[in-house]
Design a protein around this ligand. Structure first.
Ligand code: BDP
Length: 677
C-alpha cells in the first residue's frame, strides 16, 4: 500500500512541482494517455498527428486515413478533415492531405480538452483561408519592432547548428490552431536575410516547422540586388535585377523546397521600392512574382503606403492601388491592414477591400498590441478582428463582407490568405501578458473559421489555458469580450484616432504637434478647435467617404446617420452637437472616457474574485498588469479630457470622476521607449 502511494506521488510530483508560468500556452493537456492510433500512410507529418493523439487522446482507437478521391479533395481541400465514429469506441479522421489529418487530430483533442466531445462524431471542417500566417517583425539583431514579449525567438547567431527547443513548441502551437506559415523577419527588412549564410539558418527553421505543416516566408528588401547583389540599381525593368532575383529564388528553393514566398513593404515609410525608379507597385510585384512562379511561391505586396504631402493619409492606399487593379500577376496578393490608417483601437475597414475586383487581397491584423496598451493591457482582440471581417463592403450588394472577399467566396481568387503581426517573443509566457496569448489563439481560430464567435473562441482558450470551471469561464469570458470596448473608451472613443505619443505609441499625447511629418502628429487627426473636433472626411472635406460603396458612403457622409463609433473619423463635430443619448458631444466624450476607466476597475474586481480558480503566479501576474492598466486608463482619460477641455471650455460633467493629474505634468511625461515614428 505504501509502495503504491509512493508510486502515485512520484507520478504526480512533476505536476505539483511545475508551477504554471504560461509557457505551455493552451497546450496543457496531460501527456500520459496511451491511445491506439493507426494510419494508412507513414510520413513525418502524419507521425506528428499520431504522436499527439497517442499521448493525449483518452477515447477509443483512432484511424487516420488519407484518401485520394477527387470528391473528397474538392470538399475538404488539402487542410480540411472529416471526423466520424464513436468517441469511446472508434474514431475515424479522414482527409485528402496530410495536413488535414494533423488539423483533424488537433480538433479532436481540442473538443476533448474543452469538454465538448459528443458520443457520436460527425464533423466536417475546412479552413476559410488557404494561407494562415503570422508576420514576425523580428530584426536580425534579435530585437522585435513593436514586440513587447522580449527578444526574438529566432537565435540567428546560433543557427543553423543550435536549434532552440522553442522552434518546435512554436510550430506545434501554431499547428494546433491551424496557422500554416510564418514570415520570419521584419517588413522593414534587412537585405542580409537573403545572403546565403542566412538562408542556411532559415532552412534549419523550415525543417523544424515542416512536420507541423508550417511553411516559412521572408520579408524582402526591394533594394537587395543593389545592397547585397552589388548591382547598380534595383530597377525591376533592369534585366540584371530580374536575373538576380531569379537566381536568388532558385537558391532558396534548392534549400527549402516548400518555401512559401515573399512579403514586401515597398515605398512605404522610407523603404525602397519600384517607385524609386519610376516604376509601379505592379511592375515591382510582378517581377518578384515571375521569379517565384515556377516554384509555387507567392508575393504578398503590402498596401500600407502614405505620403507626407497627401491631404488625408486614410485615402492613400486606395489611391495608389486602384489604378493597378487587375495588373498584378496571379501569384501576387495585396496585403491590406484592417483599417485605412494604422491598427488603431477602432477604425472603419479599409475601403480597398471593397474596391479591388481583379486582384486578390488579404487582410493584415496586428496581434501585437502596438496601439492597445502593448503587453500591459488586457485587450481581447477577437471582437476587433471580427468587426473588420464582418464589415459589409457592398461591392456586390448586401453581404459582401471583408471576410468573404478575402476568403475568396465572392471572387474566385487563386489565393486566399490572412496575416497577423505576431505578439510572440522569448518571454516565458511567449506574449508578455497571459491574456495576450488569447489574441494569438483567436487569430488562428478565425483564420480557420471566421464564423466562430468571439465568445466561443474565448471559452475554448480559457478552458484550455486555465480551467473548465464555469465559475471562472463565464465571468472571465465576459470580461474579455468587454475589454476591447474598454480600451476604445479610455483611449479613443467616438471615432478619435492616433492620439498617441510619438515613437512608442503607448501613452496619450493628443497635444503632439512637433515639426516633421504632419501625418505623424496627433493634431492632424483630431483637429480640435474651440468650435469643433474631428477630421472632415465627408464630401465637403477630404472626401475619403467616397472610397466606400453606397450605401456606406452616404451613411458615413451624413453626420446624422454616421455610426457614432466613427463620428470623429468622418466628421467635425461641434462640442454642443446632440448625440443619440440626448447628451452634448462634449458630455458624451467625457462619459465615454469615464466608462473606460470604470470598466478596467471592474476587471480588477472581477479578477480578484477569480483567485480560487487560478494558480498563484498567473493570478498575481495578471493582477499586477491590471493595476498598470487601471492607472494607464486614468492617465489616458485625464490627458485627453483636460487637453480637449482647453478647446471645449466646458465643465467635465459633475457626476463623473474628477481628474487626478495636471495636464502640464502629463505633457512632460517622456517614456524611455525608442522608435522611429
Ligand atoms: C506601424 C508601425 C511600424 C511598422 C509599420 C508597418 O508603427 O513600426 O513598420 O506600421 O506596418 O504600425 O510597416
Amino acid at each position: 500500500m505504501k509502495k503504491k502511494l509512493l508510486f502515485v506521488f512520484i507520478l504526480l510530483f512533476p505536476f505539483f512541482l511545475k508551477a504554471e508560468d504560461g509557457s505551455r500556452l493552451w497546450l496543457r493537456a496531460g501527456q500520459d494517455a496511451s491511445a491506439t492510433v493507426v494510419a494508412n500512410k507513414q510520413s513525418p507529418l502524419i507521425a506528428t498527428a499520431m504522436e499527439e493523439l497517442q499521448h493525449q487522446w483518452r477515447g477509443g482507437k483512432v484511424h487516420l486515413t488519407l484518401r485520394s478521391e477527387k470528391a473528397l479533395r474538392n470538399l475538404l481541400g488539402k487542410d480540411g478533415f472529416r471526423i466520424t465514429g464513436h468517441t469511446a469506441k472508434e474514431v475515424h479522421i479522414q482527409a485528402s492531405g496530410e495536413t488535414g489529418l494533423l488539423y483533424g487530430a488537433y480538433h479532436l483533442l481540442r473538443l476533448q480538452e474543452t469538454r465538448q466531445l459528443p458520443d457520436e462524431l460527425n464533423i466536417t471542417e475546412s479552413p476559410a483561408y488557404d494561407l494562415r500566417l503570422l508576420n514576425h517583425w523580428d530584426n536580425l539583431n534579435g530585437t522585435i519592432e513593436r514586440g513587447y514579449a522580449g527578444h526574438s525567438l529566432w537565435k540567428w547567431e546560433e543557427l543553423p547548428h543550435t536549434l532552440s527547443p522553442r522552434y518546435k513548441q512554436y510550430a506545434r502551437a501554431n499547428a494546433s490552431i491551424g496557422i500554416n506559415g510564418a514570415v520570419l523577419n521584419n517588413v522593414n527588412a534587412s537585405p542580409d536575410i537573403l545572403r546565403t549564410e542566412y538562408l542556411g539558418k532559415v532552412k534549419a527553421i523550415a525543417e523544424v516547422f515542416r512536420p507541423y505543416g508550417m511553411k516559412v516566408y521572408l520579408s524582402v528588401n526591394f533594394a537587395s540586388p543593389k545592397v547585397i547583389g552589388g548591382l547598380p540599381d534595383a530597377d525591376p525593368s533592369n534585366p540584371e535585377v530580374q536575373t538576380w532575383w531569379k537566381h536568388k529564388v532558385k537558391e532558396i528553393y534548392a534549400l527549402i523546397p516548400d518555401f512559401g514566398g515573399f512579403l514586401v513593404k515597398a515605398n512605404s515609410e522610407g523603404q525602397p521600392g519600384p517607385q524609386d525608379y519610376g516604376r509601379s507597385h505592379a511592375e515591382g510585384a510582378n517581377m518578384l512574382a515571375g521569379a517565384l512562379k515556377p516554384f509555387g511561391g507567392v508575393v504578398m505586396w503590402r498596401a500600407f503606403v502614405y505620403a507626407p504631402d497627401s491631404d488625408d493619409r486614410a485615402k492613400q492606399a486606395y489611391a495608389e492601388f486602384i489604378p493597378f487593379d487587375g495588373r498584378f500577376r496571379e501569384n501576387v496578393i495585396i496585403q491590406i491592414k484592417n483599417g485605412p490608417v494604422d491598427f488603431q483601437p477602432r477604425e472603419p475597414f479599409n475601403p480597398l477591400f471593397g474596391a479591388l475586383q481583379s486582384t486578390p487581397s488579404m487582410i493584415e491584423f496586428q496581434v501585437t498590441q502596438e496601439y492597445l496598451g502593448q503587453s500591459n493591457h488586457l485587450v481581447y482582440l477577437a471582437p476587433l478582428f471580427k468587426e473588420t471581417l464582418d464589415s459589409d463592403t457592398y461591392i456586390k450588394g448586401e453581404g459582401s463582407t471583408v471576410a468573404k472577399i478575402t476568403g475568396g467566396a465572392l471572387y474566385p481568387q487563386m489565393l486566399s490568405a490572412i496575416a497577423g503581426v505576431a505578439n510572440i517573443g522569448e518571454d516565458t509566457n511567449w506574449c508578455g501578458h497571459h491574456f495576450a496569448q488569447a489574441n494569438w489563439y483567436a487569430f488562428g481560430r478565425l483564420a480557420w473559421d471566421y464564423r466562430l464567435s468571439s465568445e466561443e473562441i474565448a471559452e475554448e482558450w480559457l478552458k484550455m489555458t486555465f480551467t473548465t470551471d464555469a465559475r471562472f469561464i463565464v465571468p472571465v469570458r465576459d470580461m474579455m469580450i468587454e475589454s476591447r470596448e474598454a480600451v476604445v473608451n479610455y483611449m479613443m472613443p467616438l471615432g478619435l484616432h492616433h492620439l498617441f505619443a510619438e515613437g512608442h505609441h503607448y501613452g496619450p499625447a493628443p497635444w503632439y504637434d512637433a515639426p516633421g511629418r504632419p501625418d505623424w502628429r496627433s493634431v492632424y487627426y483630431h483637429q480640435a478647435t474651440p468650435e469643433a473636433i474631428g477630421f472632415d472626411r465627408t464630401t465637403n472635406g477630404s472626401d475619403a467617404v467616397s472610397q466606400y460603396n453606397s450605401p456606406l458612403k452616404e451613411r458615413y457622409n451624413d453626420i446624422e446617420t454616421c455610426p457614432e463609433v466613427f463620428l470623429l473619423w468622418f466628421h467635425r463635430v461641434p462640442w454642443d452637437y446632440r448625440m443619440k443619448s440626448g447628451k452634448t458631444f462634449w458630455d458624451e466624450l467625457c462619459y465615454a472616457y469615464d466608462a473606460g476607466v470604470t470598466q478596467v476597475r471592474n476587471f480588477q474586481k472581477l479578477w480578484d474574485r477569480m483567485e480560487p480558480y487560478v494558480d498563484t503566479s498567473r493570478f498575481k501576474e495578471v493582477q499586477s498588469k491590471l493595476k498598470i492598466q487601471a492607472r494607464d486608463a486614468v492617465w489616458w482619460k485625464d490627458a485627453c479630457l483636460l487637453y480637449f477641455q482647453s478647446f471645449s471650455q466646458r465643465p467635465i460633467p459633475y457626476e463623473i470622476e474628477r481628474p487626478v493629474y495636471e495636464l502640464e505634468d502629463l505633457k512632460k511625461i517622456k517614456l524611455d521607449m525608442k522608435h522611429h515614428n
